[in-house]
Each structure stands twice: as C-alpha cells, then as structure tokens.
Design a protein around this ligand. Structure first.
Ligand code: P6P
Length: 338
C-alpha cells in the first residue's frame, strides 16, 4: 500500500493519486475518493462540450436566469445537468447546492457528503473563447445518516470543507484541488482521457505584482478599495482582469497576485457567491500559503446565511490581501474620526 507521505511523481494519473492519498485517512471508506472521481469525469464531458460549443450550436444564451438573476448560457444549463446527474448517480452525495438551482437538491439520504458547485463560471466568455471554469466545495453532512437533510448540513462555514477545487477549461484543461493536505494540479490529456499530476504541492507566492479587479467600477469602490488600487498603481503593479474568476485565480496562484471583487453600487455585498466560489478558492488559497477575506474577515470563518449569499472577495498572495485589509481599516479609521 502506498505511503501517502511520499510525494508522487509528476505524471502520476489522478486515480493513482487519489487512491494513494486515501490511505492518509485511516477511516476513509473510499466515498470521498469516488466523489472526486465523479467530479473529474464530469469535467471531461463538459470539457468536450465546451470545445465543440461553436460547432454544435451550444454557445449563446439559454433565455433563462440563474439564482441571482444572471442570464444563463446554454453551456451553464448543460454543465449543471452533467455535474448534477453525475453526483446524483454516484451515490456519495446527500445534497447539492448549485449556482444554477434556486433551491437545494436533495439526493440520497443515506449518503455523507454535501457538494456546493458553480458548474460553469464565466460562461459569458464562451462565445469569445476565453477560459472558463467549474468550482466545487465538498462538506461532510452533520445530521444523522438516513435522516432528512438539514440546513446545518448545507450552511457550513468554509473552514469545515473536506475538499475544494476547480476545473479550468483553458489552453489546457486542468483539475486543481485540495483535501486539506496541500494543493495539486492535474492536466487533462484528451488523447488518453486521463488527468495527470502536473503541478505538485502548489504554493502561491507571498508577494505578487498583479492585481485583478474591474476598474470600470472604480467610482463605486469604498475609499479603502480605491486606496488599495492607487497603492497598486503607484507600485507599478500589472492590472490583469480576464472576467473569468477561475482563470484570474489560477494565474495569481502560479505567479502571485490578488483578485478582488468588492462591494459596488449594483452589488452591495459583492457579486461572488460565498458557498461555491469564495469558499472554494479560499480553501485552496490558504492551503497554498495565501489568504482570503471579505476585506476584513477571513472568508472561511463566515457562516453562510443562505445558499446563494454574496460576499466581497479578496483572495491571493498573503501580503497583498493583508495590504488591502490594512488600507480598508485605515480608511474606516479616517472616516470614523471625521
Ligand atoms: P464583472 C463571471 O460572471 C464572474 O462570476 C467571475 O468569473 C468574474 O471574475 C466576474 O464575474 C466578472 O464580473 O462584474 O467584473 O463583469
């Protein structure tokens, strides 16, 4: 039996990696391993459909809206179907929270895991061939097996996640995830239909010189956020904002940087959803030595009030997130002294 403390070599297949890590959890029954495999498989299917979208008339709007009133794209709907059906059939999931569903999907009362998912984030970029992504968070239920799903099972703080990750459909397709023992990246080889370990124990640089924020909303930023943007400009940092959260986060994870979606006039609580966007990336960021806040508070400590709760989001290199928090606090002090 492989010792999970030994770093597995680059090129290790995902299945082999998951199996080797399972031995790290002595009481592991293989359920979480199977759940991760189910998500990875769905990612392969969605990847294929994304790559063919323009050819099989899958691009474009679906003519419907999601839980927060955003226009759904055809691929949003399709990705939601693919992931939801796979999770429902896999047997490991008792409940699903999806950006594309208004309500919780109750699945199997005898199962032990809750999955929160954004099946396809950034999908408005599909028509212009920009990278997009799937984000997922996995929690263990807290209510007794076999009983009804309780809101306590679902509205758990991000620090209680047992796993989190994303699939980036970019120039190559990658699965990046953590089970609380570091962050590892797997690159998908479509010719073999398998993911292979390509990025071991990913660490985000403590400092960075890239900031990702939609400066088109500058006028409605708080003074503290304006001060942070000015600070980045004065330091000669590079502005990079793709409009696709997973792509911006992945670049910052590799190179160092910060992604910010603050409170703005049209989204006073920020635009990003706590349960299946912010918590996912916050767990990855912290596991990789980075940081994630709502500008002030640690994201992973926030207890969700509802499944589609939005929060302001600052995530990335630790020292950059700390700098943003410092300037936000300074601006509050100045305002309170006036
Ligand atoms: P805006 C995509 O809709 C998304 O959720 C993220 O992927 C992206 O970073 C952000 O919203 C873009 O939002 O308001 O800047 O266009």
């Amino acid at each position: 039996m492989e010792d999970s403390r030994i770093a597995l070599p680059i090129g290790t297949a995902l299945d082999r990696f998951i199996k080797s890590r399972q031995t790290a959890f002595p009481f592991a029954t293989g359920e979480l391993s199977q759940l991760l495999r189910d998500i990875a498989l769905s990612g392969k299917v969605v990847n294929r459909e994304i790559n063919r979208a323009g050819l099989i008339n899958l691009a474009g709007a679906a003519g419907s809206e999601n839980s927060t009133g955003e226009q759904q794209q055809n691929l949003d709907v399709l990705a939601n179907i693919r992931f939801s059906r796979s999770l429902e059939k896999g047997g490991e999931v008792c409940a699903i929270v999806s950006e594309e569903e208004d309500e919780i999907i109750e699945v199997n009362r005898n199962a032990h895991y809750v999955v929160a998912i954004d099946p396809l984030d950034g999908s408005s970029n599909i028509d212009v061939n920009v990278s997009i992504g799937t984000l997922f968070s996995i929690y263990r239920r807290v209510s007794p097996e076999g009983g009804p799903i309780s809101m306590d099972d679902v509205l758990q703080p991000g620090k209680d996640q047992v796993a989190a990750g994303y699939i980036l459909y970019g120039s190559s397709t990658m699965l990046v995830f953590t089970t609380g023992r570091g962050v590892n990246g797997f690159t998908y080889d479509p010719s073999l239909g398998e993911y292979f370990l390509s990025h071991q124990n990913m660490q985000i640089p403590k400092d960075g010189s890239i900031y990702s924020i939609n400066e088109g909303s500058y006028h409605s930023f708080s003074q503290g956020v304006k001060d942070f943007v000015e600070d980045c400009r004065e330091k000669g940092y590079t502005g990079r904002y793709i409009g696709s959260l997973v792509a911006d986060f992945h670049r910052n994870l590799l190179k160092g940087g910060i992604y910010v979606y603050p409170s703005i006039s049209k989204s006073p609580n920020g635009k990003l959803r706590l349960m299946y966007e912010c918590n996912t990336l916050a767990m990855l960021a912290e596991e990789a030595g980075g940081m994630a806040t709502d500008g002030t508070n640690r994201i992973l400590d926030i207890v969700p009030s509802d499944i589609h709760q939005q929060v302001p989001f600052f995530v990335g290199s630790k020292h950059m997130v700390e700098r943003a928090r410092e300037l936000i606090e300074d601006a509050k002090m100045v305002r309170s002294s006036q």
